[in-house]
Design a protein around this ligand. Structure first.
Ligand SMILES: CC(C)(COP(=O)(O)OP(=O)(O)OC[C@H]1O[C@@H](n2cnc3c(N)ncnc32)[C@H](O)[C@@H]1OP(=O)(O)O)[C@@H](O)C(=O)NCCC(=O)NCCS
Length: 156
């Protein structure tokens, strides 16, 4: 797990370019995924206005990304995704622990996210980290998702 800064732009772009449709379907619409948004996101992380963690391979590739945007002009919003072949091995949990530890260290009162209702793996993953549903949200279609939030000091 490694914090990502502006100098990581090329390898973070490569991660998003490699994502398979099964992962991108649930992950990319809401996140900082095109080149200019990724650059803005990493600049924010470098300035302490966003959190960005990468799951890094032994040869330096980014294999997963967790982020929180809008730390101070909120609500802070979290996203997380890892490469499809790595799903289910506990690596997402490690990325999440690092990200939420930073949120708690900054005393963010709440962290929010949106998850597609049919993404049962992610819903139970988030519940395990103390996120609770606060109602419906729109992702690709009206009402297709849940808005979830985790209050300061929730599970990590
Ligand atoms: C959602 C996603 C990031 C989860 O990552 P993952 O590595 O697949 O998750 P894992 O299965 O390893 O993690 C869950 C593990 O964390 C554990 N866990 C849950 N809460 C935990 C906590 N508070 N602390 C530690 N571990 C916890 C679970 O018990 C589970 O372990 P198990 O499989 O042994 O039961 C990943 O599946 C993914 O990228 N999916 C596609 C994109 C996506 O859907 N993103 C979310 C969009 S909203």
């Amino acid at each position: 797990m490694s914090p990502l800064l502006l100098g990581d732009l090329a390898r973070l772009e490569a991660f998003y370019e490699r994502l398979t449709p099964a992962v991108a379907e649930h992950f990319v619409a809401d996140g900082p995924t095109d080149s200019s948004r990724l650059a803005d996101h990493l600049a924010s992380a470098t300035d302490g206005e966003a959190i960005s963690y990468g799951l890094i391979s032994s040869d330096g590739l980014v294999l997963g990304h967790a982020f929180v945007e809008r730390l101070w002009d909120g609500p802070p919003t979290l996203g997380i995704g890892i490469e499809e072949h790595l799903i289910g091995r506990g690596l997402g949990a490690k990325l999440m622990q690092a990200t939420l530890a930073d949120c708690d260290a900054l005393s963010l009162p709440v962290v929010t996210l949106t998850v597609v209702k049919t993404n049962l793996r992610a819903r139970s993953f988030y519940q395990g980290f103390g996120f609770v549903s606060r109602g419906e949200a729109d992702f690709r279609r009206p009402g297709d998702s849940l808005a979830m939030e985790r209050r300061l000091g929730g599970r990590a």
